[in-house]
Design a protein around this ligand. Structure first.
Ligand code: GLN
Length: 284
């Protein structure tokens, strides 16, 4: 018979081979809470309780996936973003905490605006589009992605969070005619921005498990998505509106330069929790 606490210790020890100790512990805590369907507070309070056989077997079931480095959110099928729950699988990037800053900045600034039309380019799990719709219910929201599989996850997430958004399959780098007949007040995107050469600096739980298509750009064309998105935005955005993109912290100057060349002359940088330039808000 094992207590919750002793289970956590033994699994954390195994995960210490692939994660720093603090991260190993937080992965295990997340896993245990999800599998036992308890909150973090309950976990703290009942650590000395014994696991019954059913609970123990449930926890054992996916342990090997964690030990191989698969992100805990894929193992449990669930991630949290902006206080909401999202399904995630290997077809979509796991929502990152820093992206909440982007969502928050839009909600705070456009909370009272009526009749908003918002486009999210490269929506993945839909975390940006769905959180925006949840907190800006007056907005009409379109979520684009090149991947049919990720749009299916996005649609499941819209249902799970009881919001209605329109999902559209579209390749922003392609030449196909844009299928939506609307002008947008806000265009938002968290496109791939990690350089191929930066891949070697990343943990294997990202490089071996998360979708390459959502993360990487070649070193020779690091701004390819920003060029396509800003050019597209220039054509489809209303007057006095905003383009908001998440960026690689090393490219803020280049993205602003590019946006100016395309015709977005007012640019503001928003910093992330580590004080790195992480978002650019641009207006004409
Ligand atoms: N911030 C993500 C990471 O570091 C990258 C997201 C992206 O490429 N859009 O893994």
């Amino acid at each position: 018979m094992s207590t919750i606490k002793s289970y956590i210790t033994q699994l954390s020890n195994k995960l210490c081979e692939i994660y720093p100790p603090e991260e190993a512990l937080s992965v295990v805590n997340y896993y245990v809470c999800e599998v036992l369907k308890i909150s973090n507070t309950e976990l703290i309070c009942c650590k000395d309780r014994n696991l019954n056989e059913e609970q123990f077997q449930k926890l054992k079931k996916d342990e090997s996936r964690l030990v191989k480095g698969e992100p805990v959110q894929y193992v449990t099928g669930k991630a949290y973003f902006y206080g909401l729950e999202f399904f995630v699988d290997k077809n979509v990037l796991i929502p990152r905490q820093e992206t909440e800053i982007l969502v928050d900045s839009i909600i705070k600034r456009f909370g009272i605006a009526q009749n908003l039309h918002i486009l999210d380019i490269g929506t993945g799990s839909g975390c940006i589009a769905i959180s925006l719709k949840k907190f800006l219910p007056q907005a009409q929201i379109w979520a684009l992605d090149i991947s049919e599989k990720s749009l299916s996850v996005c649609n499941d997430n819209a249902k799970k969070n009881e919001v209605e958004i329109s999902t559209v399959i579209y390749d922003i780098l392609g030449n196909a005619k844009f299928p939506i007949d609307a002008k947008f007040e806000i265009i938002v995107s968290n496109p791939p921005y990690v350089l191929e050469s930066e891949k070697q600096l990343m943990h294997k739980n990202v490089t071996e498990f998360e979708p390459n298509i959502a993360l990487y750009v070649s070193d020779v064309a690091p701004l390819i998505y920003y060029k396509a998105i800003s050019t597209f935005a220039k054509r489809h955005i209303d007057i006095n509106v905003e383009l908001i993109v998440e960026i690689n912290e090393n490219f803020s100057t280049q993205v602003i330069e590019l946006h100016k060349n395309v015709g977005f002359f007012k640019n503001e940088i928003i910093f992330d929790l580590n004080n790195k330039p992480r978002f650019i808000c641009s207006k004409k």
